[in-house]
Design a protein around this ligand. Structure first.
Ligand code: AHG
Ligand code: MN
Ligand code: MN
Length: 340
């Protein structure tokens, strides 16, 4: 029987694939693994301690903040600040980015972006939630503090990205641009162990994930595509945590959609914290990620930290089909200048 490979061992083995790697990225990924274990511990006992429920605040993008959102955010920030491998952090829960002084970060060359808890409305009812992260190499001069430009990079510039799903078991999935691997937390030894080697997304699958409750608020081409999925007898699954929905799709095939609605004309999900890291993972596994206006997610130019995007992501053949529906059925919108 093959011996179990832990996340730390795997990350170190992979460092050898990068001939000039100095170990900084390795250290950063390991520190994110430690933060994931701490968050996992709190998620698991959330019902036992006074950590369920809303905190009474709203975050920058107007979402209700759960207490566990704050806990997860604080833990990730603490771990990254102490890591010494990261010079700045941007989180869905913070209005602006957080520079880490060079005395602590030792002029580190990476910045980290994350959604500390994805699907937080699921916490109180014991349904899966997740953490999403992305790592970029800084663009600004490494002698000074990190700058906004370090975070406003396209998804194509990601050095690594991943997610953790706190579900029936806790799984960490990450990629450094050479395939995707998944690790399941073995609680008996407190280690993430390699369980899903070189994940490849199926070309198509039996699942579609969309908030069908908003059906009447979607554009006509999206409604046509959703009708098509339903006609095909695809199975609708919508967990309310895109990490969980996309994890299913990554392993079993399918498509996840969050189109524009009247309430969210630009889409709801955040480009930097959610769409780009998950787009990177799905593309690395052989899938596709585009907006509902058909641009490749990873090529979008971020203009602000909390920018939103529409998304269609998953099995390549299914994303292509969605694209064909948009091309066929979309109605040109009329603007002040005429038809756009
Ligand atoms: P978050 O908990 O980080 O705010 O993210 C929730 C996101 C996403 O994970 C999920 O798919 C979507 O919001 C659900 O939104 P709706 O309730 O509008 O469908
Ligand atoms: Mn989220
Ligand atoms: Mn969140």
């Amino acid at each position: 029987m093959n011996r179990t490979v832990t996340l730390d061992e795997f990350i170190i083995q992979r460092q050898k694939d990068f001939p000039y790697a100095s170990g900084e990225l390795t250290g950063l990924l390991r520190d994110i693994g430690v933060a994931a274990k701490i968050v996992n511990r709190e998620v698991n006992k959330a019902g036992l301690v006074n950590i369920l429920g809303v905190s009474g605040a709203e975050n920058k993008t107007g979402d209700t903040v759960q207490k566990l959102d704050i806990f997860a955010n604080d833990k990730l920030i603490d771990c990254l600040k102490n890591s010494g491998e990261c010079c700045g952090i941007a989180s869905e829960e913070n209005e602006t980015f957080i520079p880490i002084p060079s005395i602590e970060s030792k002029n580190a060359k990476y910045v980290v972006v994350f959604d500390p808890l994805d699907g937080s409305s699921n916490i109180d009812v014991n349904v899966s939630v997740g953490t999403i992260f992305g790592i970029y190499r800084r663009k600004s001069d490494s002698k000074g503090e990190c700058q906004l430009e370090d975070f406003l990079q396209k998804g194509t510039e990601l050095v690594a990205a991943g997610y953790v799903i706190y579900g029936t078991s806790t799984i960490l999935v990450y990629s450094t641009g050479r395939g995707v691997n998944g690790f399941t937390l073995d609680p008996s030894i407190g280690e993430f162990c390699l369980s899903h080697r070189d994940i490849k997304i199926p070309d198509r699958g039996n699942y579609y994930s969309v908030n069908q409750g908003y059906y009447l608020k979607f554009d006509i081409e999206m409604r046509r595509y959703i009708d098509y999925c339903s006609d095909l007898n695809l199975r609708l699954r919508y967990i309310g945590s895109m990490v969980s929905d996309i994890h299913r799709i990554l392993l079993q095939g399918g498509i996840f959609l969050y189109p524009n609605t009247r309430k969210y004309p630009l889409g709801k999900l955040r480009l930097i914290y959610e769409c780009n890291p998950l787009g990177f993972i799905v593309e690395q596994a052989g899938g596709k990620a585009i907006t509902c206006q058909l641009e490749r997610i990873l090529e979008l130019e971020p203009k602000e930290l909390h920018q939103r995007a529409t998304i269609a992501i998953g099995s390549p053949a299914m994303v292509d089909e969605m694209k064909a529906f948009v091309e066929r059925y979309s109605v040109p919108s009329v603007t002040n200048n005429g038809v756009s």
